[in-house]
Ligand binder design. Structure first.
Ligand code: GAR
Length: 196
């Protein structure tokens, strides 16, 4: 049985789209069963539906400041579909320790930098400003802190003379779309091995 995967997004969803398309190949070792957004207007929800994937919003607003209550609602949707792996793909909300602990070892994130360099926002502009010769993206297991946790894989790109933030972001994004499906496949193969 292939592990059942949910993808959490907040916006455009291009990494989600790359994961869904990769998983639609017969021999891909995981199945995407749900796309979930904290924003009902996220463009990625429509893209997922067009690809034939169930896509729902669980907005935070009804839960006010109670972040854990919001995450309990998300978690209930995941459990209801027997999800085994959660991929954060541009999910732009900090998670509480409650959700992180519930999914330890089974929750991945993609971040647009070579972690531990440049956690947080505006990674491309910061890499250019710092004069980096190389930049890239990282897929890691999610732990308590923001954009940290064991690194599962990285892809590198050069920073070219005269690079704009947009040019560098596009170069990195193309690598994100290759790296994330590859790493999810690796983890899925490990998880579906029979216990010895
Ligand atoms: C991606 O570049 C992803 O690496 C980044 O948000 C973008 C989402 O784009 N994630 C983070 O910055 C997490 N800290 P997408 O919605 O088109 O996949």
């Amino acid at each position: 049985m292939k592990p059942r995967v949910a993808i959490l997004i907040s916006g455009r969803g291009s990494n989600m789209e790359a994961l869904v398309k990769a998983a639609q190949a017969r021999d891909y070792p995981a199945e995407v069963v749900l796309v979930l957004s904290n924003k009902s207007e996220a463009m990625g929800l429509e893209i997922a539906r067009k690809l034939g994937i169930e896509a729902i919003a669980v907005p935070a607003r009804p839960f006010g400041k109670d972040r854990e209550a919001h995450e309990r609602a998300i978690d209930a949707q995941l459990r209801a579909r027997n999800v085994q792996i959660v991929c954060l793909a541009g999910y732009m909300r900090l998670l509480t320790p409650w959700l992180v602990q519930r999914w330890t070892g089974r929750m991945l994130n993609i971040h647009p930098s070579l972690l531990p360099n440049f956690p947080g926002l505006d990674t491309h502009a910061r890499a250019i400003a710092a004069g980096e010769a190389e930049h890239g993206c990282t897929v890691h297991l999610v732990t308590g802190g923001m954009d940290e946790g064991p690194v599962l894989g990285q892809a590198r790109v050069p920073v070219l003379p005269g690079d704009t933030e947009a040019a560098l972001a596009a170069r990195v994004l193309a690598q994100e779309h290759r790296l994330y499906p590859a790493i999810l496949a690796e983890l899925s193969r490990k998880i579906s091995l029979p216990a010895s």
